[in-house]
Ligand binder design. Structure first.
Ligand code: HEM
Ligand code: HEM
Length: 234
């Protein structure tokens, strides 16, 4: 018996997120490809906002209501990891990692966007851009850490619970379990169409963003103070 666990929007989201996160992360390190980084970063952020909304209005298993994140679920999961596999949607550890990916990804996108907002803008209430830059980098690396945890989880699950078919479920939607199929209503279908159009519009728009000037200045100041320190050493 097979059950449809991940409907098409969840799977499309997954692979778009995997591709765009990897691209944004790598591009973050290339100064001359900054605009491509902004574009893919914004794509990740907007894609995630839609996934969060889908978590509130989406079908069974993809809906946050079906994420077993409570402490008792976590304890039972650890205790029975090798003996049982009775989760249809995300298992408790996976559900925690998935939610963390969504939250960290959202804040990573927001902090990146704020780095492009002019220093005189109201957003500058956050203050020090060096702090923001640091936060953006930390969030990007925590995101990467969560992806690594996710992959360790997925592949260890494939070793210990191969029969459930979790690994292949993110490609074809189905797990080898007996449960209710996930099903999309008309509203969820309409929502999903917007979900996979709007992030591309933001990708295009974000390409034209520029790193904010006070950010450049703060970097310039850093460079200068480093030079001054070097001079002092001489
Ligand atoms: C940058 C890379 C990746 C990111 C950011 C990522 C993120 C995610 C997220 C957020 C979900 C939850 C889907 C949802 O509920 O909407 C998920 C599920 C899943 N991902 Fe990934 N993923 C990545 C790469 C991969 C790769 C390379 C594989 C395996 C080949 C994979 C296999 C899976 C599977 C099997 C699930 C479903 C897990 C379950 O049933 O609990 N992921 N991933
Ligand atoms: C969730 C998606 C994103 C990821 C994973 C990500 C990742 C990164 C990484 C790894 C760096 C390099 C950090 C360093 O080595 O200094 C970086 C820098 C940067 N990112 Fe993002 N980023 C994302 C979204 C965004 C967005 C949406 C924007 C703007 C629209 C943005 C703007 C910037 C800027 C301005 C820098 C340069 C900071 C510096 O001066 O080094 N990022 N990002």
């Amino acid at each position: 018996m097979k059950t449809l666990v991940w409907t098409l929007p969840t799977r499309i989201f997954h692979w778009l997120l995997a591709l765009s996160f990897t691209t944004a992360y790598i591009l973050g390190d290339f100064d001359d490809l900054k605009n491509y980084h902004f574009a893919f970063g914004a794509f990740v952020g907007v894609l995630i906002i839609f996934r969060i909304l889908f978590g509130l209005i989406g079908p069974k298993y993809s809906n946050f209501r079906d994420f077993p994140i409570g402490l008792n679920h976590q304890k039972a999961f650890v205790k029975n990891y090798f003996s049982k596999d009775n989760y249809v949607g995300h298992n408790p550890a996976a559900a925690l990692v998935m939610l963390s990916i969504l939250l960290v990804g959202l804040f990573c996108g927001i902090s990146g966007y704020l780095l492009t907002v002019d220093g005189n803008n109201a957003f500058n209430i956050i203050g020090n851009n060096e702090w923001l830059e640091e936060a953006h980098e930390v969030l990007a690396n925590v995101f990467l850490g969560l992806v690594i945890m996710h992959l360790v989880g997925v592949f260890s699950d494939a070793v210990f619970h191969w029969k459930t078919g979790t690994l292949t479920s993110i490609f074809n939607g189905y797990k080898n379990v007996e449960a209710e199929n996930a099903k999309l209503n008309i509203f969820q279908k309409a929502f999903s169409i917007l979900w996979f159009i709007i992030p591309f519009i933001f990708l295009y728009l974000a390409f034209g963003l520029q790193e904010n000037k006070s950010q450049e200045n703060s970097k310039y100041k850093n460079e200068r103070s480093r030079h001054d320190d070097d001079d002092d050493d001489d």
